[in-house]
Structure formats: C-alpha cells, structure tokens
Design a protein around this ligand. Structure first.
Ligand code: CA
Length: 226
C-alpha cells in the first residue's frame, strides 16, 4: 500500500514512516497543506494519513480540496483518508469525518492499531468486508502479509506481495507497469525498469501461471473468479 503522511512533527512523521514500512507500506512524507496537495497531484496514493494542525493551515482544508477535486487524472477524490487528531479534539474530529474523512486515530496512538485501521479503511474502499483475498486456490492476507496456495504457506518477498495485492484489490482491472511501479516505489531511487516483470515472473512460478495475466502492451491483471 502506498501511503502519503501529511504531518509537520518530524519525529512523529519519521516514526510513522519506519513503522509503516515494517507493515509493507511505501510511505511518502509531506509537512504542510501545500506540500501535501502537491504530492497528491503528482502521484496516486492508496491512503492519506492526515494531521490536522499544520503550519500553513488546517489539514481539513486539504481534505476538502481532495474531496472536491475532479481533475482528469490526479488527485483521486475517493482516496481513503485517515485523520490524526489530539485526543480531546472531538469537534475537529467530527468536522473532519463529516467532510469525508474515513476514520481517525487520536494521538498518541498505538501504531499496530493504526496499521489495522488503515487496512480496514483500504478494505472498505475496495468494497470488501473480508480480510482475506482469494484468487483461485491462492489466499492473500494483508494483515499478516501471508500467502497460501491450496492451504500451504508460500514465501513471497515484500515487493512481490505488494504487486499481487495491488492487482488483486482492483481486479479484474488492468494496471500498467508504471501504475504498479508508482504503488511500489518512493519518488527517489526508482527501480530498474524490468523490476515489475521480474516480480510477476516470480509470483507466477510460485503461485501458478494463471494468477496474474498479461494484457500485451497494456499491463497486468488478476482475472475475476467465480
Ligand atoms: Ca501538527
């Protein structure tokens, strides 16, 4: 999952980044409303983690702008948003939820709870209530990043998991190599150009050829199952 964290407290931001990376997220940081908006316009994110007290304004301004946006490409106005507020800031929390935030965490928060809330918000955004994704005999569990084939655990790398999850979440939609790369890598230090192909190749070897299909010249997709 690719996450944008908009938080001006450098210590909290770095701590969040380190923790979310352990949960398999790719994390970009922005420290102001302006920087957050620029990031949302530049890249697609699976989730926005938003602080309300920012140096150049209130985080809810960013939320309002995002929900009201109708750009041809970016940002996606439906991007799930989780706000971070002070424990006693009840009024601000209610206002943000009514403005379109999906959920909130009160500071100081437990980072495992935060990760669980993020997964729940992502699930609902994908129209799913179940915590496990199934592709034929393959099962994918975002909470533990475990993959099973016919009930037996299969070892996959963090990036292989991220590729499979990204495709499974939007199936049967096709994602281009560029869209997959954008979900996996941070702005600086991109991958070598064939990295996605390598991940897909390894996933097929481990999970079967049918799990990810290629649409030649367009990208990859996970077929719809019945
Ligand atoms: Ca703040």
């Amino acid at each position: 999952m690719r996450v944008l964290v908009v938080e001006d407290d450098e210590g909290i931001a770095q701590g969040l980044r380190a923790h979310l990376r352990q949960h398999g997220c790719v994390v970009d940081l922005a420290g102001s409303v302006a920087a957050g908006w620029a990031a949302l316009q530049a890249e697609p994110f699976d989730l926005l983690l938003l602080d309300l007290g920012l140096p150049d304004g209130d985080g809810s301004e960013l939320l309002q702008r995002l929900r009201g946006s109708s750009g041809a490409r970016l940002p996606d106005p439906h991007t799930p948003v989780l706000i971070m507020t002070a424990r006693d800031a009840v009024a601000a929390r209610i206002a943000a939820l009514d403005m379109g935030a999906d959920d909130y965490v009160a500071k100081p928060f437990d980072s495992d709870e935060l990760a669980a809330r993020m997964r729940a918000v992502r699930r609902r955004a994908g129209g799913r209530a179940q915590p496990v994704l199934r592709i034929g005999d393959v099962e994918l569990e975002p909470a533990t990043r475990q993959v099973r084939r016919a009930g037996a655990p299969v070892e996959v790398s963090a990036r292989e998991f991220a590729v499979l999850l990204a495709l499974a979440e939007v199936r049967p939609r096709v994602l281009s190599r560029q869209q997959l790369e954008a979900r996996l890598y941070e702005w600086d230090g991109g991958p070598d150009s064939n990295a996605i192909e390598v991940h897909v190749h390894r996933l097929r070897r481990k999970l079967g050829e049918g799990v990810i299909r290629t649409l030649r010249g367009v990208g990859y997709f996970v077929p719809e199952q019945d």
